[in-house]
Design a protein around this ligand. Structure first.
Ligand code: HSE
Length: 371
């Protein structure tokens, strides 16, 4: 089969390296934006490449939503098998992509868009075949985990650790998406859809790690906790709830022991209780291999179908947690609020809508899960 590659950044270059190792797969051309270097093998004609009758597979590794979204649509309309790592374009458009693939005889495969090199979505798609999943939680952003790890183990400040993560190629082009949780927001939107076989019912705004200070690190140490950035999602009786936030975890918990820039996930269902995955959720070759694994599924005609047959709605009350808040404001009107010490409050157990209530009283508060 012949393939084209859209995008020649970190992941795209990794895909180029790996394509030549797969029997039966040839890379015909690479689409790059006009401002980039134009070598013979490169083209600025994205629409021409993705509708080329000789081409079967389109690897999409551009960042952002355009021209990615337009090119993915054109490719699917032309019946191609599209393999993408681009969570920002998959999250808001997956329903359309699935329909276009079904109507035109192609496919959409998105393993690399969530958790990079870990076959997490593959596991989700396999495990939801038999029974409804009860939920999932995990560390989905290598940059945030690396920063928190460096802050807690080495006493580094956030900016120094972020610069190191950028130098290692983990961070997004705009690292705001990493430290404010938007990268994990896209990944959680996608995983909710696949895990619960539903159209996108929405997801509350994330809480990132940008408000974690040395004071918070000191509290965690004193209390035997480790701070991680997690996404937690539950589903019950046709509804789901998701929260993305820093979490003060007991130091013996599985997710507390995920070091450096690694990611890890837990998937929950009645039959197996929980299944854990661990690995590299970012980086050139880890992410590229996930895309090539999808391509091999296409070569073998064994792609996992994505079914979005339900229209589920979020229900914040499903997530009942104790929340740690650092705020100088009086929060005593909130559900089961008590002062922990100094400017720290413990609130709940309460649903995720308590986040809105805290932010109404103090928009600058540091809010985290307390386990
Ligand atoms: N910036 C992301 C991370 C890349 O650090 O995990 C993978 O999505």
């Amino acid at each position: 089969m012949k393939a084209v590659l859209l995008g020649y950044g970190t992941v795209g270059k990794g895909v180029e390296k790996l394509v030549s190792t797969v029997d039966g797969l040839d890379l015909k051309a690479v689409f790059v934006l006009p401002e980039f270097e134009n070598l013979p093998y490169f083209s600025n004609d994205g629409e021409g490449l993705v509708t080329d009758p000789e081409v079967d597979i389109v690897f999409e590794c551009l960042s952002g939503t355009e021209p990615s979204n337009t090119l993915i649509r054109r490719a699917l309309e032309a019946g191609k098998h599209v393999i993408t790592s681009n969570k920002a374009t998959v999250a808001p458009n997956l329903e359309d992509y699935v329909k276009l693939a079904a109507e035109n005889g192609g496919s959409i495969q998105i393993e690399a868009s969530v958790a990079g090199g870990i076959p997490f979505l593959d596991a989700v798609l396999k495990l939801q075949k038999l029974e409804d999943l009860n939920g999932f939680e995990g560390i989905f952003n290598g940059t945030s985990n690396y920063i928190l790890d460096q802050m807690q183990k080495e006493g580094q400040d956030l900016d120094t650790a972020l610069k190191a993560a950028q130098a290692m190629g983990y961070a997004e082009a705009d690292p705001t998406n990493d430290v404010e949780g938007f990268d994990v927001w896209y990944k959680t939107v996608i995983t909710n859809m696949l895990a619960y076989k539903t159209e996108n019912g929405g997801l509350r705004q994330p809480l990132g790690i940008s408000r974690i200070t040395p004071e918070d690190i000191a509290l965690a140490k004193k209390e035997g906790k480790v701070i991680r950035h997690i996404s937690r999602s539950l589903q019950k009786d046709g509804k789901y709830a998701s929260v993305i936030a820093p979490a003060f975890l007991d130091k013996d918990e599985y997710l507390a022991n995920v070091p450096s820039n690694y990611n890890a996930q837990l998937i929950y269902a009645d039959s197996f209780d929980k299944i854990g995955l661990f690995g590299q959720g970012a980086g050139q070759m880890a992410t590229a291999q996930a895309m090539l694994a999808n391509a091999i599924d296409t070569l073998e005609n064994s792609e996992r179908p994505i079914l979005l047959e339900k229209a589920m709605q979020p229900d914040d009350s499903l997530i009942q947690e104790t929340w740690l808040v650092r705020s100088g404001k009086d929060l005593s009107s909130l559900p089961a609020a008590r002062v922990k010490e100094g400017s720290y409050w413990l609130i709940g157990p309460a649903g995720a809508d308590v986040i809105d209530q805290v932010q109404a009283l103090d928009p600058e508060a540091m809010i985290a899960l307390w386990r």
